[in-house]
Write a protein that binds this ligand. Structure first.
Ligand code: COA
Length: 258
């Protein structure tokens, strides 16, 4: 991997975007590597959860790499957005295990879109977020116009996207864009602690919950119906038998994810 640093520890895979001199901007190669790493992590039973962060203290990700698409045509622009959404952003959202964004600095454009595709966002108190695309003559193309509305509501999304202005970590927390704030030097620890807690729960059920929550936000899908079916499938899992048995016997459940 030329652009990512991977660290695996106690079932947690930390993926660090490592292009610090370019504020971790997402170029094509980084997106390809991200897809490969995520695809193998989703298959790997030894990985219980994933943290995505950026190298250095200045930026999480300062957006898509502007230098790469400066001369793009309409078709190339469409291809960039479609492939990016399919291979990375939607791929993360539909992961079968929890993915947390640990926002350690600027999360702009595609960087904020990547954070929004993660299931949970924890941000350092010094981070800043925004979707500045209209200041480049573009709009967000990696799902930002959709996911920002889901997280902060239509009015705030219009304001953030139309003004292109950054907001502080505190404002991101107040508006629901991020789940938690931490001191910068606590960020990874807090993300790990949160993942560790989630990983004590049934991985089978957590994966079902991800599918049910996402279904309600997808056009043409009935989230309630998906919930009914995912709920039903849980009854056939070893995790459900273990969870109920542990509860009845007043002991801690030890889940296998099966
Ligand atoms: N794409 C490509 N390169 C980027 C980048 C991006 N999205 N964001 C930052 N960089 C590069 C800069 O070109 C610079 O490279 P250089 O040293 O080779 O010239 C390096 O990262 C450092 O950035 P710089 O702008 O010098 O840092 P700064 O502290 O003055 O400003 C930002 C920080 C985040 C405010 C500024 O870099 C910025 O506005 N970036 C673009 C954000 C954006 O529009 N993202 C949406 C893209 S669709």
């Amino acid at each position: 991997m030329n652009n990512l640093v991977l660290q695996a520890n106690n079932g947690i895979l930390q993926i660090t975007i490592n292009r610090e001199s370019k504020l971790n901007a997402l170029n094509r190669e980084t997106l390809t590597e991200l897809h490969e790493v995520l695809a193998s992590a989703f298959q790997d039973e030894g990985v219980g959860g994933i943290i995505i962060t950026g190298a250095g203290s200045k930026a999480f990700i300062a957006g898509a790499d502007i230098s790469e698409f400066a001369a793009y045509s309409v078709e190339e622009g469409r291809d960039l957005a479609r492939k990016g959404q399919d291979h990375v952003f939607n791929f993360i959202e539909n992961a079968n295990k929890p993915v947390i964004a640990a926002i350690n600095g600027f999360a702009l454009g595609g960087g904020l879109e990547l954070a929004m595709a993660c299931h949970i966002r924890i941000a350092s108190l010094t981070s800043k977020m925004g979707l500045p695309e209209v200041s480049l003559g573009l709009i967000p193309g990696y799902g930002g116009t959709q996911r920002l509305v889901q997280l902060v509501g239509k009015g705030r999304a219009f304001e953030m996207i139309m003004t292109a202005e950054m907001i502080s970590a505190e404002e991101a927390y107040r508006t629901g864009l991020v789940n938690r704030l931490t001191e910068p030097d606590e960020l990874i620890f807090q993300a790990q602690e949160l993942l560790k807690k989630i990983m004590t729960r049934s991985p089978f059920a957590v994966s079902s919950a991800i599918r049910a929550i996402n279904a309600g936000l997808r056009d043409g899908e009935n989230g309630y119906e998906v919930e009914i079916n995912e709920f039903a499938k849980c009854f056939d899992s070893a995790d459900f038998k273990e969870g109920v048995n542990a509860f009845l016997n007043k002991r801690k459940a030890l889940f296998t994810g099966k």
